[in-house]
Structure formats: structure tokens, C-alpha cells
Design a protein around this ligand. Sequence first.
Ligand code: SAM
Ligand code: SF4
Length: 325
Amino acid sequence: MDSFGRHINYLRISVTDRCNLRCQYCMPEDGVQNLGHGNILSLEDLARLARIGAQVGIRKVRLTGGEPLVRKNITGLIRCIADIPEIDDIALTTNGILFPAMAQDLKAAGLKRVNISMDTMKEERFAYITRRGGLNQVREAVFKALELDMHPVKINVVVIRGFNDDEIGDFARLAYDYPLHVRFIEYMPVGDLLFWNPDRMMSSQEILDRLKSDYELNPEKAVEGNGPARYYHIAGGAGSLGFISPMSHQFCSECNRIRLTADGKLRGCLYAKQEVDLKAALDRGAYDEELQELFLTAIKTKPAHHEMNSGWGQQNFRKMYQIGG
Ligand code: SAM
Ligand code: SF4
């Protein structure tokens, strides 16, 4: 329990700050200074910290980044985490580019579920927003995950007014046709903010209102995976729609997560500056008991809620790919 009575059982691990895309809202095109070898947690350390987390109550682990699939031997890490008896759920958030070629091995290593980010289904737009391209691989990733039964397969769509808001209906159609859980995410002002503009943020309510004229949406109980999304079943459809509303609706009172950054800092909140330095402790040879105490410190100092709505333009704030989205 943290100091506000929330039961913290979910650890998001950023395994790298590197990425094979450069999404406009997440990473700058140039001047990305990646962590060097000595500053990044080794796979052994990551596995050890997952085990320590399990000892203080963590039951679910999600690997993210940066792009987690660019980290060497990620399947080895998944295997180690899958061997921790207390951990009953291992998931991955990926941009999907490398997923088709790795999917089988990831599943065999113990990966249960996958969230794939896909903000647009139009090739040109995809190349623009990611500054790289590769929509075909992402599409392939979605169908591969379905084929391998990695349910629930979730699609993350950051809705940006003037960029992809005209595709909201197309994404709903995708969830109608296939057993996919499409989650519309409110655009958040994190990172360099070069692309950020408050007018580009579309609230979940606005998205929902637009969809209601074409689809009958019925509120659903949470889909397995414990995310903060509100889900709706589409009448007659195969999948569901989710709305993640960090901007318009704080879900902090239900937040059950802590985050480990690739450079070994444990954070209670995506948007708070407090971090507990686990890497320093590992480097000086800390015993498990000390690491457990540090986990508990991060849990106890988890803030009651984020301050994203009052902090437009915090320039010194660590970026999404550095913290792990
Ligand atoms: N590279 C992987 C991916 O893109 O799925 C994992 C890391 S990425 C930082 C995790 C999620 O954060 C993605 O779904 C991405 O769209 C989302 N994200 C990044 N920047 C965001 C922002 N400014 N507002 C809302 N969501 C954001
Ligand atoms: Fe990379 Fe994911 Fe950030 Fe896009 S959202 S730049 S894929 S880390």
C-alpha cells in the first residue's frame, strides 16, 4: 500500500531509451543522447529488480521503452521474469516494427500480452508522425499477435486533432471487425513539447461523442490487464474501445503502478520528478534487503496525483522515451 491506500502491484520497466522510430510527440529527430552501456541497467539487474519487486507485492510487469524490442536478448529477460513465481502477467508495449519476426520467440519465452502503438492507418501519415515509416510491419504485428492468441491484443492510438482525428471511426471499425481493443489516448504534454499544442489535445469525451452517432457503445468492465482505460463494447462487434484520459480525467486514485527507468531510477509517477536511484545501490553492491527498502520508499513517496494539467511546458521534464511510456 502507498500512503494514499493504493495497492501497488504493477511495475512498468523501461528496458531501453533507444528507439527505431522518432514519433513527433515523443522524441526529437536530432540530438538524442542515448544512455551509454555503463548507465543502463544490465539484463541481470533488470531481472533481479523484477524479483525484488515481486517480493514487495508486484504481480504484473510490463516492458516498455524507448522501443523494448531493440534491446538485445529481450526474450532472455522475459524468460527470467516469467520464472518469478509471484509474477502472473508479463506484457509488452511496442511500436510493432520488429514484432513480426520476434513474436514466436517472445511468446515461447513467456510473453502473455502485447500493446501495439499505431496512431494512423495511412502510410503517408505514419511516415510523417514516426519520421521513419513501416506501417506494413505494424499491421503485420497486429495480426501476428492475434494469430498467436496474445489476448487481449490492444492498439494504442494517441489522438491528435488535425492529424488523425478523422480516423477515429476507422479505428472503431477495426475493433468492430476484429477482436482488438483499440485504446484512444489523450495527447499529453510530455517531452520536448516541440509538437505539443493544447489545441491538438482531444478529450476522451469528444472522441466518444463523435463515435456515438455511428456505433452503439455499452460500458464494459475493465479488460484484463489492469490499465486505467474505460472500456466500451461495440454492439455486434468483435472487440472493444478504450479511452485513456490522463488530461481530462485523473485516474490517479486508481493508479497501481510504479516505473523503473532504463537508467535504474524508480518513479512513483510518470509526471513527478521524484526518483529513487536503484542503479547507484546496485553499483555499490546492495543486498536484496536494501533494494526492497528502496522499492518501498518509491511506493510510499508516490504522489497523490499528477500535475500535468497545471504544468504545460515543463522543459526540464524527462521525456516519454526516457521514462518509459
Ligand atoms: N516504443 C513503444 C511504443 O511506441 O509503443 C513503447 C514506448 S512509448 C513511449 C509508449 C506509449 O506512449 C505509446 O503508445 C505512445 O504512443 C505513448 N506516448 C508517447 N508520447 C506520448 C504523448 N505525448 N502523449 C500520449 N501518449 C504518448
Ligand atoms: Fe519510439 Fe514509442 Fe516514442 Fe514512438 S512513442 S518514438 S515508437 S518510444
